[in-house]
Design a protein around this ligand. Structure first.
Ligand SMILES: O=C(O)CCC(=O)C(=O)O
Ligand SMILES: [Fe+2]
Length: 194
């Protein structure tokens, strides 16, 4: 891997800019924006029902259901765009995936709170491959036991972020609100469910 680890310890995060060219990214953004069946899910957060501050979809092999925050997502099938993106991502990550969670942040008011992707279905030390199209957004990591240890990145159009090794055990991540951003962003996190 010829990208350097962005985490100082306890896990790995690698950022690959322009895995998709600006032209490809724009085309893929448009096609995903129009063709994915985007839904706003109601989840359970600290025992209360809340609407997620973004739209989502889950595309995967037909027997792979995604369970998190009190919901179960039944997979939609792979489209030809998603198969193309998945194979590009698999060649950079040098590993295979069988599902992708899609997030549509309509503007800077949409966000994702602090979390770890550590569901049991992902197994130990999962590799999660996160592709970004559209508006650039900040992405933050914070260490679980040393909370003032933070790493901040910008996720640009066409980039790929790989989180792997012990990352999900020791680090939380989030996508903070950015009220000045008025453009949408699509993010795809490829996962391998056991
Ligand atoms: O939108 C992002 O970059 C973060 C997505 C994420 O962390 C997730 O889907 O688990
Ligand atoms: Fe995540």
């Amino acid at each position: 891997m010829d990208s350097e680890n962005l985490l100082p310890r306890d896990g790995e995060a690698y950022l690959f800019p322009q895995v998709f060219s600006p032209e490809e990214s724009q085309q893929l953004f448009q096609s995903l924006y129009q063709n994915v069946i985007w839904r706003q899910e109601e989840i359970i957060l600290f025992g209360r029902k809340v609407m997620q501050p973004r739209l989502t979809a889950w595309c995967a092999d037909s027997d792979k259901h995604l369970r998190y925050s009190g919901i179960t997502m039944i997979p939609d099938p792979w489209s030809k765009e998603l198969i193309l993106i998945k194979s590009r991502v698999e060649s950079v990550a040098r590993q295979s995936f069988n599902g992708v969670l899609l997030n549509l942040y309509r503007d800077g008011r949409d966000s994702m709170g602090w979390h770890q992707d550590n569901e049991v279905e992902l197994g130990r030390r999962p590799c999660i491959a996160s592709v970004s199209f559209g508006a650039h957004r900040s992405f933050h990591f914070k260490h679980r036991s040393t909370q003032d240890l933070k790493v901040k990145l910008e996720l640009e159009d066409g980039s790929l972020l790989l989180m792997q090794g012990d990352c999900q055990d020791h680090w939380l991540h989030c996508l903070p609100k950015r009220l000045r951003i008025d453009r949408p962003r699509i993010n795809l996190t490829f996962r391998k469910l056991l």
